[in-house]
Write a protein that binds this ligand. Structure first.
Ligand code: SF4
Length: 319
């Protein structure tokens, strides 16, 4: 892992380069060009400061992320992608959470470390990159020394990801869709694959090998997540082909069967993924021969405990 002192230097440089983008925001591929110093006018509905719903130890991430002690997870409010079927719609669409200062965000990170978290896991960080970096400037100086996890929807700006080199230890992006028609229909982002594939390729260049510590949690690396959508397994297979052809073979891949129709999911995805669909995808994923493949076990499909309720103090049933 890169030392905290070196990370501090890199955070300063990243802030110098990225902060000017805030006044005509191009911090993600949406390119809203809104002035976030004057309020929250962009698609992410976020101004200069972060808003946070929960900061907790998460035991439901992949074993290499949660480990035995839990992942120190910070759930940010708002999202730059906003999928119609989002299971975290209370955060992404309904903006559950409250605004925090950079100091408060840093204190959350340090508090999770104190609780024994294996890492700090930033959930939906793409539109929060500046508050995260400003808070890291405080937290790293005050002893934050555990791996930092970038847990994004994949719709990241490649320019931003380049600035995160040496700061982020573990990339945990989604790769949601291959087809522009699907990404347009479900996320109003026809360029999703073009942008996400560019960003994830950069993540793979920075972190080409998953490196696990003694307890089996990731110290650095890349784990790509893909949620199979019902009726869209052909898209999944194409995406898996792309992963096999374009990313390092030493990354992790998490293939998820947990899709459950939430929020405004369109009619054609108002069901769970079938066992047949999941097995086709899992067979293809296994054939890629990646370093680490995480498969969700049967029973397939809706597993209610995986759908959190962020209106509660403890959004997950296991905690
Ligand atoms: S970060 Fe937010 S305001 Fe900036 S381009 Fe993306 S969606 Fe728009």
């Amino acid at each position: 892992m890169v030392s905290s002192a070196r990370k501090l230097e890199l955070v300063g440089k990243a802030l110098d380069r990225l902060s000017p983008l805030e006044t005509a925001c191009t911090l993600c591929p949406r390119d809203c060009r809104t002035d976030r110093t004057k309020g929250s006018g962009g698609i992410c509905h976020t101004g200069s400061l972060a808003a946070v719903s929960h900061a907790l130890l998460h035991f439901g991430e992949e074993p290499v992320i949660s480990g035995a002690a839990g992942s120190g997870t910070i759930f940010f409010t708002g999202c730059n992608l906003k999928c119609l079927f989002c299971q975290n719609y209370q955060l992404s669409w309904q903006l559950e959470g409250h605004t925090v200062t950079d100091r408060e965000l840093a204190t959350m990170m340090l508090g999770l470390r104190e609780k024994g978290a294996h890492n700090i896991n930033f959930v939906s960080p793409s539109h929060i990159v500046l508050p995260i970096l400003r808070a890291l400037r405080i937290a790293l100086a005050e002893g934050l020394d555990i791996p930092l996890v970038w847990n994004s929807n994949g719709y990241d700006s490649v320019e931003v990801v380049r600035e995160l080199e040496g700061i982020i230890d573990v990339y945990l992006p989604d790769l949601k869709y291959r087809s522009p028609e699907l990404s347009k229909r479900h996320s109003a982002a026809p360029d999703y694959f073009d942008k996400a594939s560019e960003a994830v390729r950069e993540m793979s260049l920075q972190q080409p090998a998953l490196d696990l510590g003694p307890g089996g949690t990731a110290r650095k690396g890349l784990v790509v997540r893909h949620l199979i959508l019902p009726g869209a397994v052909e898209d999944t297979l194409e995406l898996l082909d792309w992963i096999g052809e374009n990313l390092s073979p030493f990354i992790g891949l998490s293939l998820m069967s947990q899709y459950h129709p939430c929020f405004k999911a369109p009619a054609e995805i108002q069901r769970s993924v079938s066992p047949e669909e999941y097995r086709r995808a899992a067979g293809k994923a296994a054939a890629l021969g990646l370093d680490r493949l995480v498969l969700q076990p049967e029973p397939f499909g809706a597993d209610e405990h995986l759908v959190p309720d962020f209106k509660k103090d403890s959004p997950f049933r296991w905690k």
